[in-house]
Design a protein around this ligand. Structure first.
Ligand code: C2E
Ligand code: CA
Ligand code: CA
Ligand code: CA
Length: 279
């Protein structure tokens, strides 16, 4: 702001921390990101631990903006949420992700499920049911192959509207997944009230499996609980064979992480999947 106008802006400037300025700058760039074609979707493989086969992908958003030096989701998603821009961005992600997996089905890749991260704001204000219905209709993707990942944070609001939205999505036939499980304040009663299909163990637990017995005990308990509610349990952030062995012994259903692959752009994901199928 300083370069722009000497004293005229000094009043405004003093009240603004550099953190606030940074967020404003991100917000200004975010407004044009879709029109300027700056977003790209990356895909991380999700592996079935029983069969070792590729079962699906999680879609992760990347923003190619050289002015801001390609900020990661941890830098821009919260700005997108606060500004409401996440609603438009989220629709873009849903539509592109669904189309991409349908395109892959027409090649020699197996039919993959696709997991899309949905922020609380999108779930509450974004007419999510209509967005999902539209993305499915437009792409032709069967609803059962779309999984929506939401975090515990959303459930803290626990209102009739949220529960209604949840049920409408279930009626459409999409799967619902509870992301980052164990990091927030999810009370176990949520698991009863919201019939999730999938539970994702946060990567902080998986990370600690290596050197902390308590984490093994916790992971074990989470898997057993997930199964007792008939949920599929996915462990994220699996980076080594030791972690995978423990997860397999405890009957975790699926894994994803750098042990297999980081999130990849489309063409690299396809090459990865072909190589993996030949292994
Ligand atoms: P998340 O949903 O928990 O996604 C998993 C994050 O862990 C991703 O970070 C992924 O790249 C990273 N990861 C995967 N495997 C490993 C591993 O083995 N080790 C380690 N250390 N990390 C691993 P990413 O892509 O930076 O995304 C960060 C967060 O941003 C996501 O966390 C999600 O909450 C949010 N996000 C990303 N894309 C979207 C999106 O399209 N919409 C919304 N609403 N949020 C998104
Ligand atoms: Ca996720
Ligand atoms: Ca997660
Ligand atoms: Ca996370």
């Amino acid at each position: 702001a300083k370069e722009m106008g000497g004293d005229r802006f000094s009043f405004y400037e003093e009240g603004m921390s550099s953190e606030t300025e940074k967020r404003l700058e991100i917000e200004n760039h975010l407004r044009y990101a879709i029109d300027r074609d700056e977003f790209k979707l990356y895909y991380q493989p999700v592996i079935d631990l029983k069969t070792n086969s590729l079962s699906g992908v999680e879609v992760l958003l990347r923003w190619q903006n050289t002015d801001l030096r390609n900020p990661g989701p941890d830098q821009f998603i919260s700005v997108a949420e606060q500004s409401g821009l996440i609603i438009g961005i989220g629709k873009w992600v849903l539509e592109h992700a669904c189309k991409q997996v349908v395109t892959w089905s027409q090649t020699d890749l197996p039919p993959l499920t696709v997991a899309v991260n949905i922020s609380a704001k999108q779930f509450i204000d974004g007419d999510i049911v209509e967005s999902v219905r539209f993305a499915l209709r437009q792409s032709g993707l069967p609803a059962s192959r779309l999984e929506l990942e939401i975090t515990e944070g959303l459930l803290i609001n626990d209102t009739a509207e949220i529960r209604d939205t949840f049920m409408q999505l279930k009626k459409l036939g999409v799967h619902l997944s509870l992301d980052d499980f164990g990091t927030g304040y999810a009370s176990l009663s949520y698991l009863k009230r919201y019939p999730f299909d999938t539970l994702k163990i946060d990567r902080s637990f998986v990370h600690d499996i290596d050197n902390c017995n308590d984490s093994v005990t916790l992971t074990n308990a989470i898997i057993a609980m997930g199964h007792s509610f008939n949920m599929t349990v996915i462990a994220e952030g699996v980076e080594n064979l030791h972690q995978r062995r423990i997860l397999r012994e405890r009957h975790c259903d699926m894994v994803q992480g750098f042990l297999y692959s980081p999130p990849l752009p489309t063409d690299q994901f396809v090459s990865w999947a072909k190589r993996y199928a030949e292994m």
